[in-house]
Design a protein around this ligand. Structure first.
Ligand code: FEO
Length: 173
């Protein structure tokens, strides 16, 4: 059984993950509007991943006999000054999410909730990947600057990203 404190914190994290999905969907729309289909695809896949993060917590809370209580999802920005600015926002946002996950782990330790602490380890590892993949694009964008050929190449590369459901990633667990 989840403690009230843990339940509230996990409910909050579900909203944070859904906000992430909404933010990246908004970025996908932004990239469409400036005709970068590959960047738009990357963001769309990222948004889908965030939805699976929310659902993972949703399922866990239910499994532990907790109660999901939905609340409002904040409206994300709709425009960025450049592709680099958008990806810098992603990187910063993911660092913030890492902080949130770490706080959840801290709370699970304080509450002596070993099951939740164990569950959260997947998110701890995922955040390492999330930060690294956002930073990778930031570095590439910094390298090419405003050079059209380089931007075209990055757009083509990001256009190849496909959504992989977490269950398939983990070997059908
Ligand atoms: Fe669900 Fe990007 O963290």
């Amino acid at each position: 059984m989840l403690s009230k404190k843990m339940q509230t914190a996990l409910n909050k994290q579900i909203v944070a993950e859904l906000y992430s999905a909404y933010l990246y969907l908004s970025m996908s729309a932004y990239f469409h509007s400036i005709s970068f289909g590959g960047f738009a695809n990357w963001m769309r896949v990222q948004a889908m991943e965030e939805s699976t993060h929310a659902m993972k917590i949703f399922d866990f809370v239910n499994e532990r006999g907790g109660r999901i209580l939905v609340s409002a999802i904040e409206k994300p920005a709709t425009n960025w000054s450049s592709p680099l600015a958008a990806f810098q926002t992603v990187y910063k946002h993911e660092q913030k999410v890492t902080g949130m996950i770490n706080s959840l782990v801290d709370l699970a330790i304080t509450e002596r909730d070993h099951a939740t602490q164990n569950f959260l380890q997947w998110f701890v590892s995922e955040q390492v990947e999330e930060e690294a993949s956002a930073d990778d694009v930031v570095q590439k964008l910094k390298m090419v600057g405003k050079e059209g050929g380089g931007m075209f190449m990055i757009d083509r590369e990001l256009g190849q990203r496909v959504f992989t459901p977490p269950a398939a990633e983990e070997g059908g667990e």
